[in-house]
Design a protein around this ligand. Sequence first.
Ligand code: GRF
Length: 219
Amino acid sequence: MAKLKLGVLISGRGTNLQALLDAAANPSFPAEVAIVISNRPGAGGLERAREAGAPTLVVDHKGFPDRPAFETELNAVLTDAGVELVCLAGFMRLLTPTFVNRWAGKAINIHPSLLPAFPGLDTHQRAIDAGARFAGATVHFLSAEMDAGPVILQAATPILADDDADALAARVLEAEHEIYVRAVRWIAEGRVRLDGARAHVDGVGAETSYWLPAENGRV
Ligand code: GRF
């Protein structure tokens, strides 16, 4: 069967991109990375993509007069590459409703919190400061509102008493890699259905959201 063509948008180090590249290296994975686009020329993820033999392109937002012009180019590049699913992976530009509508149901994001809690930046410190007991990560469809949109998959991890933001981020990041690959697989298998504000995954029960226990069992 033809593989789903992914267009991965990055701005930085690209560990989620790496997880997708590693998954796609397995011949049985139902998706392939058709192109990796960075809006920052120095993004570490570009090197990861090159090493994996994936096509890369820099579309530097600074080279465009405004957001629509930048997005017109982004759209053109994604379309030319035959992209069927846009995967935001640490992409640090807000996308306008025009872009979001063009890719409605065909663009997903990974966010390091249990949405709808803690959209935006600095999620781990904010979760610690709020005294939350759980943190986690969310894969969701893109919507015009930032870090919103139908949830496809979440992973939860406890916040330990001695966690700082870095320790928590490291634990959540492992979960991110796990669930991003899993969500892409489900979409490629045609199992994810959008139903208004909710996404349903066919043939998936309790596995849809899963719990990652702390290594030492403390909660
Ligand atoms: C991740 O925490 C992701 O959830 C957020 O940005 C970070 C990107 O990390 N959107 P990386 O570039 O994938 O390592």
